[in-house]
Design a protein around this ligand. Structure first.
Ligand code: GAL
Length: 642
């Protein structure tokens, strides 16, 4: 695994660059990402390019032994461009323009901006495509950041109509598929279809789902246009893009299909603060991040990526500036996060950013250096990791226990029609992931099309739209299967299937969901150490009840090797069902002390202490200690040879 850093030479005096490059190399970094926000310096006037400074920066960095990841600067179109075509900005759901003065101020459907993005990409690719310093390209920056995938502009409306026409051919087919007879929503032509915002009450969920799919396809197409140019002018270089945490605005499986390496930006403390963790977890893990946040995304994006090639393109090095509260990580955490990425198979961890900026929006965001250029605490941790990675050498093969199935339309569906507060497919997957990891298991988060043959257990937490092919593969799979609520409950156009849920999974499970209810907080049906909470599917069929609550309601059904969890996958009921499935699948589990997590490769056990106290390794984790101690300090990492 390489270590790298995100660097903005345009922010610093020219005389400083050699020092920075030397310090990077001395710290053990070998990659540097540059360029992704530099459009106004590359092309200060329309059509007038200033390459000198960037040529120079590339040379200085490469001379110091660093390989370069070059970003296309399309996330930050310059002011002159926005003034040339003011309608290139996106409109938000209220119809307001998202103006100049920060970043990501463009609409994916604006053809003129598409041409400009292609033009600047081509100019950069022609300039640096064959330069030996450039080993990788990053397209744009964080598609969707600041809620920028959906646009409700005229350009988006036109493009949406075209997209619909391609998908449905005839407007009657669309009306039928969406059920537009309901509330007289029928259209006479594609030209009549509006965007789903600004309706009086909720728009047809099928309309929203189509718009989500369309918006995702626009991102993928925008990205592909850059990829095609880069492949033409810079053959043999990898292409990457940086995805975000807990973000589902576009289909990452689709986007990843076009690039070589899927990157993601890991800010565990920011994510803990911003997302739906309990107040207790927010406190317990304030300086470490919840123990499943980083690993969840490693395993998710590895599963999205072509050939499982993925990396961390931005790694939090200290306090960030954008969460509600921005504490500093415990000493050791930056090293822990980096080694955990290595354990999960990253090709690169790149710290964001080299030096804290004394100006503009991110002044309060830490770097490896302080604003005055003096090392911040994370620099020493990066050095330490570089040394440890050398000591470890090859990690060996990936070990596979459990396939956890997720896809983006599942999350879109539960966002569009949650039916109960907070019932999200993504978070159901996260909770299942945590439950599996607390048993010490290796988890791969995979799409429906994944090859399941290497796993002993497949978990499908909440997958409303199930393909026939996936249903077929599950029927043929010979390990244990857990299927969660809402799975198979919708067709491609958001309608209930004729045979009701679980639709295509009916044969596998031998049951029919006859009624579904969501349950308010506190309305629970107690079982033996577990409870039915938040959701309950009532079921008919030949499947046998396996977990029955004290009042006779059934939480889990069993048919052959498959289980149907009729309540929301969370808490003790989830732990119970997973424990049973692991037992039946013959999977050896290693229950984790609170805050400890492990990852197994064929050569090593990697153990990570996310708690704020010392923990002694359970005896079941055997092997010679190569790094760290069996009694682990807070933020400690121990590696044992297997
Ligand atoms: C990311 C972004 C970076 C920087 C960073 C701050 O979302 O890609 O450019 O803004 O956050 O944490």
């Amino acid at each position: 695994m390489h270590l790298g850093v995100c660097y903005y030479p345009e922010h610093w005096p020219r005389e400083r660059w050699e020092t920075d490059a030397r310090m990077m190399a001395e710290a053990g970094l070998s990659r540097v990402r540059i360029g992704e926000f530099a459009w106004s310096r590359i092309e200060p006037e329309p059509g007038e390019f200033d390459w000198q400074w960037l040529d120079d920066a590339v040379e200085v960095l490469h001379d110091a032994g660093l390989d370069i990841i070059m970003g296309t600067p399309t996330a930050t179109p310059p002011k002159w461009l926005v003034d040339q075509m003011p309608d290139m900005v996106a409109l938000d759901a209220h119809g307001r323009p998202r103006g100049f003065g920060s970043r990501r101020h463009y609409c994916f459907s604006h053809a003129g901006y598409g041409q400009e993005a292609a033009r600047i990409t081509r100019a950069m690719a022609q300039r640096y495509g064959q330069n030996p310093a450039i080993v990788c390209w990053q397209t744009d920056n964080e598609y969707g950041c600041h809620d920028t995938v959906q646009s409700f502009s005229d350009a988006a409306r036109e493009a949406f109509r075209l997209w619909l026409k391609q998908r449905y051919s005839a407007i009657k087919a669309l009306n039928t598929a969406w059920g537009n007879v309901f509330w007289s929503m029928e259209y006479r032509s594609f030209a009549e279809v509006e965007l789903p915002n600004l309706t009086v009450t909720e728009a047809n969920p099928a309309h929203w789902l189509a718009f989500r799919r369309f918006s995702s396809d626009q991102v993928v197409a925008f990205n592909r246009a850059q990829v095609d140019i880069l492949r033409e002018h810079s053959p043999g270089r990898d292409i990457t893009h940086n995805a975000m945490g807990f973000y589902t605005g576009y289909d990452h499986h689709d986007l990843a299909g076009d690039i070589d390496i899927l990157g993601w930006d890991s800010y565990p403390l920011g994510f803990l603060e911003q997302f739906r963790f309990s107040p207790q977890d927010k406190l317990n893990y304030a300086r470490q991040g919840h123990p499943d946040i980083a690993a969840f995304h490693h395993d998710l994006y590895r599963g999205c990526a072509r050939d499982e090639r993925w990396s961390v393109l931005e790694q939090q090095p200290g306090p960030v500036n954008w969460a509600r509260h921005n504490p500093a990580p415990l000493p050791g955490m930056v090293a822990l996060w980096t080694l955990e990425a290595a354990a999960h198979g990253a090709e690169l961890v790149s710290y964001f950013r080299w030096r804290q900026a004394p100006f503009a929006q991110e002044q309060m965001h830490a770097g490896l250096l302080r604003p005055d250029g003096v090392p911040a605490p994370a620099l020493a941790e990066a050095k330490d990791v570089a040394f440890k990675l050398k000591t470890l050498g090859s990690k060996g093969e990936t070990c596979r226990d459990v396939a956890l199935v997720f896809d983006y339309p599942a999350e879109w569906m539960t966002q569009i029609q949650p039916q109960g507060e907070g019932l999200s497919a993504l978070w159901a997957v996260f909770d299942c992931y945590g439950a599996l990891r607390r048993l010490g298991l290796n988890v791969d988060i995979v799409p429906q099309r994944a090859d399941l043959s290497q796993y002993s257990l497949v978990v499908v937490p909440c997958l409303p739209i199930v393909s026939e092919a996936f249903a077929q593969r599950l029927t043929e799979f010979d390990g244990e299967i857990i299927v969660g609520p809402r799975s198979g409950s919708r067709d491609q156009d958001f309608c209930i299937p004729d045979n009701l849920a679980p639709g295509p999974l009916t044969e596998l499970l031998d049951l029919t969901v006859t009624r579904s209810e969501s349950l308010p907080l506190g309305l629970e049906h107690a079982g033996d150490g577990w409870a039915i909470a938040r959701w309950l599917d009532h079921v008919e069929g030949k499947a046998a009840p396996e977990l029955t609550a004290q009042d006779g309601l059934v939480a889990c059904w069993r048919h052959g090797k498959a289980r149907y969890l009729a309540t929301w996958p969370q808490g003790e009921v989830l732990d119970e069902v997973i424990a049973r499935a692991c037992r039946d699948a013959g999977i050896a589990t290693v229950p984790m002390p609170k805050g400890l997590r492990i990852r197994r490769t064929s050569n090593y056990w990697f153990v990570f202490n996310y708690s704020a106290s010392e923990i002694t390794l359970p005896e079941t984790i055997e092997g010679e200690v190569v790094i760290g101690l069996r009694t682990m300090p807070p933020a400690g990492v121990t590696v044992l040879a297997r």
